[in-house]
Design a protein around this ligand. Structure first.
Ligand code: HEM
Length: 501
């Protein structure tokens, strides 16, 4: 006789199969979404190497440009070709306009009050508009040219000093890192950022980068959150938060006393502007301290490492491609007319420098997988049914290597950009180092001018070569594999002062 429990279960089992059959009718391709074979419990996590964008690229060669991975319990859709990315953004940008929640992003977003990690919604919209108007608009970017000029002079001095101290060889990576940190913190935080605070901030940005590599079990296996206590990840996150708390407590306490004038010039900065806006009754919404903190952290966390990584890649590619370096220098000589420094007014005339930077970010997008998104509701992509809460990863690094769009993609050839109108503003889906759609990076102009003015002067003032005994073939052009992907090894070079007139 049949087991009574089984007998009782029959209606439920039938109902279950009926449901499955119905789903099949509604979404015939739902079960067919290409996906590498997975292991129980961990899913596809074991197939991911330390350089995530490279391992996803390799997997996509076997499983196609649209594949589904299971990272623990997290369904993740990986897009590795521009055509599908275009389809996703054109038809479903709003569906994928939110960011997935994670332990780290909860902290970074200051309780969902920032731009980069906040969920899609009214607060995100207001914060993005505020940042674009008060820090990142072309007018605001222009108004900071004095701060950049000061920092570029310091950069040139630092290179010359380091060359004297180091028998000619300098660690350019460290110098570029300080330059970018100094420029960005100066315009974001103003004169408040003393030497000691800068050291604390450097520590915090470094911690942000390392925390992006930290595994939080709770994000992939919610039932295993106790493991984050055992591994020490929770403690690291708590300390990180505590340090930011201390940092901002002082800012909010001391900002009122900050001088509105420093060395006879107007000491305006982003955080000062935000604190003033807090008292502006016409703002239309309440700007809380958490908003100010979220926005400021975004400018620092999203702005510094990406801009620095690009600058470092640029210098490495120049040394690796001497004929490109010569063309950049020739162009600079023509526009400089014997002046010691290249000013920002001249940047518009440096068309070769601009295409050179584009070629660098084609091959080395500093944020190779953009930032992850998540579906707010069920949708269709390429005929497949995609459930709500599916994570979306776009492999922009792979797009820059797609031979359908780029002739000889492995060659470093800035001239390719003279032959086309392709730009990184988010319209050409095969070239999206700054992302696309509603979540596109608002810091493009801000970072580009920091990069261009530094490169122009570094190349105008110095000739660059590798330390003796090291050849171009010895240069390691590998990258780190995190959310932000700088060069793996520090760049050591020999600068020799050039004749500028
Ligand atoms: C070379 C430099 C930079 C690169 C390559 C870069 C790249 C990116 C990328 C790929 C995204 C994600 C876009 C997406 O999800 O589609 C992003 C977002 C963002 N970036 Fe940048 N970025 C750079 C510099 C900056 C700077 C200097 C700032 C600010 C000071 C900044 C602020 C942001 C913010 C706030 C977001 C979040 C936008 C949102 O979620 O709506 N970035 N960036």
């Amino acid at each position: 006789m049949m087991n009574p429990t089984l007998l009782a279960a029959i209606p439920f089992i039938s109902f279950f199969f009926l449901l499955l059959a119905r789903r099949k009718v509604i979404s015939p391709k739902a079960a067919l979404l290409p996906s590498p074979p997975r292991l129980p419990f961990i899913g596809n996590l074991h197939q991911l190497g330390s350089i995530l964008h490279r391992s996803l690229y390799e997997l996509s060669k076997q499983h196609g440009p649209l594949m589904l991975l299971h990272l623990g319990t997290v369904r993740t859709l990986v897009v590795s070709c521009p055509k599908i990315a275009e389809e996703v953004i054109r038809n479903n940008d709003i569906v994928f306009a939110t960011r997935p929640k994670s332990k780290l992003t909860d902290v970074l977003s200051c309780n969902k009050n920032d731009i980069a990690f906040a969920p899609y919604g009214e607060s995100w919209r207001q914060m993005k508009k505020l940042a674009k108007t008060h820090l990142l608009s072309s007018q605001s970017v222009k108004s900071m040219s004095f701060d950049r000029a000061e920092e570029v002079s310091l950069l040139i001095e630092n290179v010359a000093d380091a060359a004297l101290r180091g028998n000619g060889v300098i660690c350019l990576t460290d110098i570029l890192n300080s330059y970018v940190t100094n420029v960005i913190t100066k315009v974001v935080l103003g004169s408040w950022i003393t030497k000691e605070k800068k050291a604390l901030l450097s520590k915090l940005t470094h911690e942000s980068s390392t925390l992006f590599y930290e595994v939080f079990f709770e994000d992939f296996f919610p039932n295993l959150k106790w493991l984050d206590v055992l591994t020490g990840s929770d403690r690291k996150l708590k300390n990180y938060m505590k340090n930011w708390d201390a940092f901002f407590e002082e800012i909010f306490k001391n900002h009122d006393h900050e001088s509105k004038e420093v060395n006879g010039k107007n000491n305006t900065n982003f955080i000062g502007t935000l604190l003033e806006l807090q008292n502006d009754s016409n703002l239309g919404f309440v700007l809380t301290n958490d908003h100010i903190r979220g926005l400021t952290m975004d400018m620092i966390v999203a702005g510094i490492d990406t801009t620095f990584a690009t600058l470092d890649w640029c210098m490495a590619e120049l040394v690796r491609n001497p004929e490109v370096m010569k063309k950049v220098k020739d162009e600079l000589r023509k526009v400089a007319h014997g002046e010691d420094m290249i000013s920002e007014e001249l940047l518009g005339q440096l068309s070769y420098l601009k295409v050179f930077i584009k070629e660098v970010v084609r091959l080395h997008p500093p944020s190779p997988l953009l930032l992850p998104r998540e579906s707010l509701q069920e949708c269709q992509i390429h005929g497949y049914n995609i459930p709500k809460k599916t994570r979306l990863v776009i492999n922009a690094w792979a797009f820059g290597r797609d031979s359908t769009y780029w002739e000889a993609p492995e060659q470093f050839k800035p001239e390719r950009f003279f032959e086309s109108t392709v730009d990184y503003k988010g319209k050409d889906f095969y070239f999206i180092p700054f992302g696309v759609g509603r979540r596109i990076c608002p810091g493009m102009d801000f970072s580009m001018v920091i990069i261009e003015i530094a490169l122009a002067n570094l190349l105008h003032r110095f000739d660059w070569s590798l330390p003796s005994g090291i050849t171009i073939e010895d240069m390691d052009m590998f990258e780190c594999g995190g959310v932000i992907s700088p060069r793996k090894h520090k760049l050591e070079l020999v600068p020799i002062a050039s004749k500028v007139n």
